[in-house]
Design a protein around this ligand. Structure first.
Ligand code: ZN
Length: 142
């Protein structure tokens, strides 16, 4: 289960819409199971079907997250025209958090679909060893 405030979710949707038609990506910081801060990240390799966080920016953001006493509870990226479901590439590259963020084994993958641009949809998943399981996303109204 991952809990997020409505306004944080809207921040994510705005970031994804801004990067359209490329994929957007970002980091979700908070306490276990609760998103408290959204960091939109630069897509260092923008493409219609891929994203890669800029390593230096990622390092800076991780430091800021640690300093604020929070942890990484997830990462998000958009599917500009696809469903809010992990692609083959997403599963293949689900080496994070194991490699990229070794201290955050429970972090979830949020995928935002812009298939209906005026009505973005978000779903959250755990991906490990090639297995996808949905993590319930609870949106808290302000
Ligand atoms: Zn994807």
């Amino acid at each position: 289960m991952l809990i997020i405030n409505e306004d944080d979710l809207q921040t994510i949707f705005a970031n994804c819409s801004r990067e359209y038609p490329n994929e957007a990506c970002g980091i979700l910081a908070g306490s276990p199971g609760v998103v408290e801060q959204v960091y939109a990240m630069t897509n260092a390799r923008p493409g219609l079907a891929s994203y890669e966080m800029d390593p230096e920016e990622q390092f800076r953001v991780m430091k800021a997250i640690r300093r604020s006493g929070l942890g990484i509870v997830g990462i998000y990226h958009s599917h500009p025209s696809g469903p809010a479901y992990p692609s083959g590439i997403d599963v293949e590259r689900a080496y994070w958090p194991g490699t990229l963020f070794p201290n955050f084994p429970d972090a979830a993958y949020m995928i935002v679909s812009l298939a209906h641009p005026s009505n973005p949809a978000a779903r959250t998943f755990a991906i490990s060893d090639g297995q996808i399981s949905e993590v319930e996303l609870i949106v808290r109204q302000a």
